[in-house]
Write a protein that binds this ligand. Structure first.
Ligand code: HEC
Length: 137
């Protein structure tokens, strides 16, 4: 074999291997690609999510939260719960202030389960539900 033939063979083998290895690399990349991907707000991929977000994350009013989650106990004073629109059952509780009262709801207090059983309520929503109750007094 002449030197040039050896060189051409060598180059041909190198070329083929080169292609194969990049194909293999692609295949591996596909195989180890994450199943899902994280979408960060502000990125293009986040737009589809952001468009739907306001519906589910829109703040519900204090009244809505109260009616849906708190009324069971607070309308009739179940388990010693201070009653809606009945200041005599509240005693000095309102003096604790909205922040402390909201914390009581968030963490639960004796007969009141954490979040007043409104598991999907945000802290802001709990706070406005408390405010709605205070407004009734
Ligand atoms: C399972 C019954 C129950 C539910 C549901 C419930 N509460 Fe209560 N809540 C209670 C009881 C009982 C107390 C009195 C706890 C105590 O002081 O021993 C209480 C106390 C409170 C207090 C006074 C806390 C304090 O620090 O004195 C606030 C404010 C309050 N609830 C708000 C809410 C809100 C808002 C919701 C709905 C998101 C809610 N509760 C749902 C039973 C309930």
């Amino acid at each position: 074999m002449s030197h040039s033939k050896i060189l051409i063979t060598f180059l041909a083998v190198f070329f083929v291997l080169g292609i194969n290895s990049s194909e293999a690399e692609e295949a591996i990349k596909k195989r180890i690609a994450p199943v899902g991907s994280v979408c960060i707000q502000g990125q293009d991929c986040a737009n589809a999510v952001a468009a739907a977000a306001p519906i589910s994350s829109a703040l519900r009013t204090g009244e809505e939260i109260y009616v849906n989650a708190c009324t069971t106990c607070h309308s009739i004073g179940l388990a010693g719960a201070p009653k809606f629109a009945d200041a005599s059952t509240w005693g000095v509780r309102p003096d604790k202030g909205i922040a402390a009262l909201t914390m009581s709801v968030k963490n639960g207090l004796n007969g009141m389960p954490p979040k007043g059983m409104c598991m999907d309520c945000s802290e802001d929503e709990l706070s406005s539900a408390v405010q709605h109750m205070l407004d009734s007094l």
